[in-house]
Write a protein that binds this ligand. Structure first.
Ligand SMILES: Cc1cc2nc3c(=O)[nH]c(=O)nc-3n(C[C@H](O)[C@H](O)[C@H](O)COP(=O)(O)OP(=O)(O)OC[C@H]3O[C@@H](n4cnc5c(N)ncnc54)[C@H](O)[C@@H]3O)c2cc1C
Length: 488
């Protein structure tokens, strides 16, 4: 996916360049497409981040007949806001609904909720829900993911009192149960588990956060950075247990106890935040190729393939589709709303005749627990080591404001370099995290060297920074480590 070189067309427009969403915005829609535009039937399966953004993009750019089929009971809402409603920072789940059903009606987008697509007939070009058949000229599969539940934990049986959190309806159900809960066990040390544990504490509930991984955020952070997140959670009052699998008794609904090795904890409820897996059953059963990362295999235009052949009128995007890693070139999944949204743009363009491609990803991410923001982008040393890639790291601990300015917070930065170029970053601190990660994400995409970063010009004002931005000592530390490496 994605092309590795940039081509400048005769018009001076960049048609392709590595790692970016590219659009050929010449607006040249063929005569055939123009004649067809009012007749073209687009069916979108999935009314989540990718599906709804694709629908609105296609509407903006065409007069096509658009139908969205979703088995969810809500649409166009922010999943990302759910932990903050649970923590009562946002007053209700309704506030997370970004666009109402009226918006879609007014824009002539036919959204059918509670409508599960049961099969797709590729040759007959029809999606079947059991109730109705939806013929299509173009199809978008944006079925997202399903919660991943580890069978060994015995939690595949979900009796009353054990919850997962994927949809707004899940959030409402869990939120209702929280009204009478005093202690909740959150299973999973990823961003959602952490955000939820912190939210529960804020709401006055005692959370226990358990992960069988050695550290929190084990696939995203080094041990020392995850220790910062752990220490913060413990300061908030979250009990954190790592490196131990949880045992959930089958009669949890009665016993209200969870077991960790030789200890046991009372818990009114359990929230399983143990990750997700792409929802590809529908695609697989239709004969669409599933890739080695377990998602729908797509090309750079996000078209799917069947029997090894790409299908020009069928697209997949969001968490159900595979992506290419910018740093390793490997095929993997990307479980971020930002990725789903960008894929929707590419699909919308391609469906309406504006050529777009989707390039490899560095996956910048950020999360917030209490007063701590943490996030990263690109390669981690652990991932690099597993692939035999050597990285050199720089670390620094700075502050977010001038020494005399009130309210200054800690800021921890780690940068990883591969072959002298920035390849990854991990940050945690009280403020200024997202902006730095976004800038570093661009630096990674542009293959910025350590030398380039040494001459980086940064801006300064006492309430928002130190005179020397904490990024600079991090780069200098990496230079020292690089020299040490060369002399050893
Ligand atoms: C609690 C939580 C917090 C999050 N926080 C963040 C964050 O802070 N930042 C971030 O970048 N990302 C975050 N995410 C991830 C982000 O929400 C997802 O990456 C994004 O929603 C994926 O979009 P999608 O369209 O692929 O899937 P979804 O938004 O899940 O949409 C999939 C849709 O497909 C429907 N569907 C599935 N199968 C069928 C079928 N057979 N027929 C009809 N409909 C079907 C589903 O009902 C659903 O409506 C969070 C997710 C959760 C759950």
């Amino acid at each position: 996916m994605g092309s590795d070189f940039g081509v400048t067309g005769a018009t001076g427009k960049v048609i392709r360049a590595a790692g970016e969403v590219q659009e050929e915005v010449s607006g040249k829609v063929s005569a055939h497409a123009r004649a067809e535009k009012n007749l073209t039937r687009v069916v979108i399966i999935g009314g989540g981040a990718c599906g709804m953004a694709a629908a609105t993009k296609i509407r903006r750019q065409s007069g096509f007949k658009i139908t969205v089929l979703s088995c969810d009971s809500h649409t166009a809402y922010s999943h990302c806001g759910i932990p903050f409603v649970l923590g009562r920072e946002i007053e209700s789940f309704e506030k997370l609904i970004i666009k109402t059903p009226d918006f879609f009606r007014e824009n002539n987008i036919d959204v059918r909720l509670n409508e599960k697509v049961r099969s797709i007939n590729l040759t007959g070009q029809v999606a079947l829900t059991g109730k109705e058949a939806y013929p299509f000229d173009k199809l978008v599969i944006a079925t997202g993911s399903l919660p991943f539940i580890d069978r060994k934990s015995q939690a595949n049986i979900l009796p009353y009192g054990i919850f997962t959190l994927r949809s707004l309806a899940d959030g409402k159900l869990f939120g209702k149960a929280l009204e009478t809960a005093q202690t909740v066990c959150v299973v999973g040390g990823g961003t959602i588990g952490i955000e939820c544990a912190s939210a529960l504490k804020k709401r006055g509930i005692k959370p226990i956060l358990i992960t069988r991984s050695k550290d929190l955020l084990s696939s995203q952070f080094d041990s020392d950075m995850s220790a910062i997140v752990r220490a913060h959670l413990e300061t908030l009052g979250v009990e954190v247990i790592t490196g131990e699998p949880l045992f959930l008794p089958e009669n949890f609904w009665k016993e209200r106890t969870v077991y960790v090795k030789d200890r046991h904890f009372p818990a009114d409820l359990v929230l399983l935040a143990t990750g997700v897996k792409p929802e590809v059953c529908l695609a697989r059963e239709a004969g669409i190729d599933i890739g080695k990362a377990g998602g729908i295999a797509v090309n750079e235009m996000l078209q799917v393939k069947a029997g090894g052949e790409f299908l020009p009128n069928i697209y997949a995007g969001g968490e159900c589709a595979e992506v290419t890693d910018l740093l390793t070139g490997e095929i993997r999944l990307s479980q971020l709303g930002t990725t789903a949204r960008r894929m929707a743009d590419v699909i919308g363009n391609n469906i309406t005749g504006k050529y777009s491609t989707f390039g490899p990803l560095a996956d910048p991410w950020v999360a917030v627990a209490g007063d701590l923001q943490f996030g990263g982008v690109g390669l981690t040393p652990e991932k690099a080591e597993r692939r035999g890639i050597k990285v050199v790291t720089g670390f620094s601990h700075g502050r977010t404001r001038a020494s005399y300015y009130p309210g200054r917070k800690d800021l921890y930065i780690k940068l990883h370099f591969k072959d002298g170029c920035l390849a990854g970053a991990q940050l945690a601190g009280g403020e200024g995290i997202k902006e730095r990660i976004d800038a570093l994400s661009l630096a990674i995409k542009k293959k910025t060297t350590i030398k380039d970063l040494l001459s980086l010009e940064t801006c300064y004002a006492p309430p928002v920074s130190m005179l020397v931005d904490p990024l600079m000592p991090t780069v200098k530390d990496a230079v020292r480590n690089m020299r040490k490496d060369m002399t050893n």
